[in-house]
Design a protein around this ligand. Structure first.
Ligand code: GLU
Length: 313
């Protein structure tokens, strides 16, 4: 870690970021491959910090729910590892892909085994595992209640319009799923897995909820929010490692280089970053860079890690 501030004034840091970020808003392009996502205000911005000591700070539209999209893949992975254990790694790898989030290109060469759980193919395997363990009807309910429990926020919900839009424009995900089923990598009924996945991507919450929900990943697996064990410390280390290497599609290297924290982005413009043993920071700004990561959100996190001195390297 780079000389961390002894007691950073998190609120001051977030307020300053919120004030300075203006020129970066509206620069990125809102995800429009799903019509329901294209309707979001590209100028929106929010940031929140949650500390393992109970400190909370936020700035901008920090209570506005947004579509967490692929950030759900972090929670789904933690739940699937709890349900299935290490055998999950027989069906999904933990290497950066260097390809876009919805790419099919590596799958044939690698006999249907996705590179990591944070590209769509890998996330579908994770969802397949949850469906296999919870039953066809209960997978999404189990994941939603897991996230609500981590955040201690029962209001976290699925946006049905976004879920329908995911399904209506989900042919690439369908292709990935059936392709993996042909290799035996997916085991459950494909329409059920896809329906669960589309709903999981449509989960909405605010940055304040998201920062709280992820706190167990900064606290060795026991959430200070609810004072309950969520997962084992060694699992936390592994999930954080995958976030660091694979959390930002084919710009994961760039995020690690600039921010130096494990993080996961979603095409809704959110990013969750973990500061091990300190806390979490969540940011939302819907304009995306060319790899599908929040443009202003990445800048904000770069400033955040620099100003608080919490870059892991
Ligand atoms: N719902 C999106 C999809 O599967 C998730 C995209 C993302 O955030 O990476 O296409």
């Amino acid at each position: 870690m780079n000389a961390p501030l002894a007691h950073p004034n998190w609120q001051e840091i977030l307020d300053a970021i919120c004030e300075d970020i203006g020129p970066f808003l509206n620069r990125g392009k809102v995800a429009d491959y799903i019509p329901a996502l294209a309707e979001v205000d590209p100028g929106a911005f929010a940031i929140a910090f949650a500390g393992i000591d109970g400190t909370e700070a936020s700035a901008g539209l920090s209570d506005t729910p947004f579509s967490i999209q692929s950030i759900s893949k972090v929670f789904a992975l933690c739940l699937a590892l709890e349900l299935e254990g290490e055998s999950l790694w027989g069906r999904v790898g933990r290497e950066p892909s260097g390809t876009a989030f919805n790419s099919i290109v590596q799958l044939e060469q690698e006999r249907g085994k996705p590179r990591n759980p944070f590209i769509n193919a890998g996330a579908l395997v994770v969802t397949d595992s949850i469906v296999g363990h919870c039953g066809e009807r209960s997978g999404i309910a189990r994941l939603l209640s897991f996230i609500r429990r981590c955040a201690r926020t029962p209001e976290i919900h699925i946006n049905p319009v976004v879920a329908d839009s995911e399904a209506a424009f989900g042919d690439r995900n369908r292709s990935l799923a059936y392709f993996m089923k042909s290799f035996g990598v997916l085991r459950q009924d494909v329409p059920t897995v896809l329906d669960t996945y589309f709903n999981q991507c449509a989960i909405e919450m605010s940055v304040s909820d998201l920062a709280r929900a992820g706190l167990f990943l900064a606290a060795n697996g026991t959430s200070p929010v609810i004072n309950e064990w969520i997962t084992n410390p060694d699992r936390v280390e592994r999930v954080n490692a995958i976030m660091m290497l694979c959390g930002h599609y084919d710009m994961s290297g760039d995020f690690a280089f600039r921010v130096g924290l494990p993080g996961k982005s979603g095409v809704g413009g959110g990013i969750l970053a973990i500061i091990p043993n300190v806390g979490t920071v969540a940011v939302w700004s819907p304009g995306l860079n060319t790899a599908g990561n929040s443009l202003a959100g990445t800048v904000a996190l770069e400033w955040f890690s620099h100003r608080a001195g919490i870059n892991l390297f």
